[in-house]
Design a binder for this molecule. Structure first.
Ligand code: TGC
Ligand code: FAD
Length: 389
């Protein structure tokens, strides 16, 4: 969907504004020049390329849905295109941006005080500070409303106790948005990294999203001043769900990027690799797979473009995002598997992209609402019947 993009079967770039094309071209160059050359090494090491954080800040990739406080406000479509390119590089890079933007900066911007915004947003936008989001707990993933982490009032402070699991960036975060129950209501709190009793630890035994830092966070008598409550979170579980909408929107676009990366790899490889005296791409079964992939990518692009226009028009609802997150991630997983297959043994090696995408997309299918949770969200919307419990 840009001048340099050869995976634009329907010529959708003609429907983009100049700004949207520019944002995509810039993000595409960033990924080609700075992400793809180093990502294999980080995936193997199990480390996030932290040297890219200030660069992402400089380019305006952190907080790009917000206006002011050092952010570079992008239209919904531009923001989506940026996510698409970042995830073509690796889901960990898009995840970093999603968490910082949608799950940390968005709640501070939307539910925070002016003092909290001034303290944190410029730092987070520039990449001088990193944030994380603690909603999931060891016993409450799909059902965050059941959380047991609790905040109690003690004089002029809140005291937090509990455990969060899977917080992206938890161990490298300067500030954590922690969701906890205060008198039974879910509220958001800002916890700074050196607060006594705040104990993040990195989860190291992952096959997936290896270039992203995932952490468990123990909260043991964590005492924070009352000014660290996000006051606008009195809307209960709706507050974290509104944050998830932002991140899920980015994932819907990002998954198309991962699928596109796989399609490009499969096409290039099968045109070069000769078996039974002709390029693989000249065999009918291979062409069938390439056609399936291109069709899925094109449908994903169409869905996302419509979503982006609705976001910009203010008509986008959470169930629209659920449909796109669900279907685009499923199709990206399918594209990664097909590419892995078409590359033969080469496809299991770390210097091809498809197996890395395949492993990553297993996480993307699970986090931010599993595939089946999004099925139930859509099911509830179309029937009016809640089938969660
Ligand atoms: P339920 O009673 O259905 O809803 C509570 C209230 O919230 C409203 N609502 C939403 N509002 C805005 N956006 C949404 N997406 C909303 N979904 C529901 C709802 O209308 C209701 O409002 P009101 O006024 O009636 O009170 O709540 P429930 O407890 O039954 O749960 C609903 C459910 C299952 C859909 C929700 O809990 C859910 O989405 N579960 C999945 C959990 C999840 O996605 N966790 C993600 C953790 S963060 C993460 O994974 C980061 S990954 C890193 C990266 O992004 O890269
Ligand atoms: P469970 O909820 O236990 O689900 C297990 C299975 O049961 C799934 O197949 C699910 O679809 C199914 N299931 C659940 N409920 C139902 C139902 N009612 N009906 C039918 N089937 C059902 N969380 C954060 O808070 N912050 C983060 O930054 C963050 N980052 C993450 C990064 C990574 C790498 C990963 C893997 C996860 C991250 N998460 C984060 C957590 C993520 O959001 C949860 O893993 C996800 O919500 C699912 O929860 P769970 O893993 O506990 O699975």
């Amino acid at each position: 969907m840009s001048d340099h993009n050869d995976v634009d079967f329907l010529g959708l770039s003609a429907d983009l504004s100049q700004e949207e094309r520019t944002v995509q071209a810039e993000a595409r160059a960033f990924v080609d020049e700075q992400v793809l050359p180093i990502i294999e090494e980080h995936f193997l090491e199990g480390s996030f390329p932290t040297h890219l954080i200030p660069e992402m800040g400089k380019r305006g990739y952190l907080g790009a849905i917000l206006d002011g406080y050092g952010c570079r406000p992008l239209s919904g479509v531009s923001y989506g295109l940026m996510n698409q390119e970042l995830e073509r590089g690796d889901s960990a890079i898009r995840s970093f941006s999603s968490v910082q933007t949608g799950l940390v900066m968005f709640p501070i911007f939307t539910f925070g005080t002016e003092e909290q915004k001034k303290q944190w947003l410029p730092e987070l936008a520039s990449g001088r500070a990193v944030g994380c989001f603690g909603l999931t707990e060891p016993d409450f993933g799909s059902n965050p409303g059941g959380m047991v982490t609790a905040a109690t009032i003690d004089g002029n402070d809140y005291v937090l106790n509990g455990k969060k699991r899977w917080a992206t960036n938890g161990s490298i975060a300067n500030v954590a948005v922690i969701w906890a129950k205060l008198d039974g209501d879910v509220r958001g709190f800002l916890v700074e990294k050196d607060t006594p009793g705040f104990k993040p630890s990195k989860i190291v035994n992952k096959f997936s999203l290896r270039a992203s830092v995932s952490s468990e966070i123990e909260l043991d008598q964590v005492r924070i001043p009352k000014r660290n409550l996000l006051p606008g979170t009195e809307v209960g579980l709706r507050a974290p769900l509104l944050c998830l909408n932002q991140a899920r929107y980015g994932i819907a676009w990002g998954a198309v990027g991962a699928a596109r990366g796989c399609y490009e790899e499969a096409l290039a490889y099968t045109k070069k690799r000769v078996q039974f005296t002709r390029p693989l791409a000249g065999h009918q079964l291979i062409q069938h797979k390439l056609v399936e992939m291109l069709t899925d990518v094109t449908q994903g692009q169409l869905l996302c473009l419509r979503l982006g226009r609705m976001k910009d028009a203010g008509t986008l609802k959470h169930y629209h995002i659920s449909m796109a997150k669900r279907t685009n991630v499923r199709n990206a997983l399918s594209a990664a598997r097909m590419t892995r297959d078409m590359l033969g043994a080469r496809g299991i090696c770390t210097d091809s992209h498809c197996a890395r995408h395949l492993c990553n997309l297993e996480t993307v299918s699970t986090y931010e609402g599993t595939h089946d949770i999004h099925t139930l969200i859509l099911g509830e919307h179309i029937t009016g019947l809640n089938a969660f419990s």
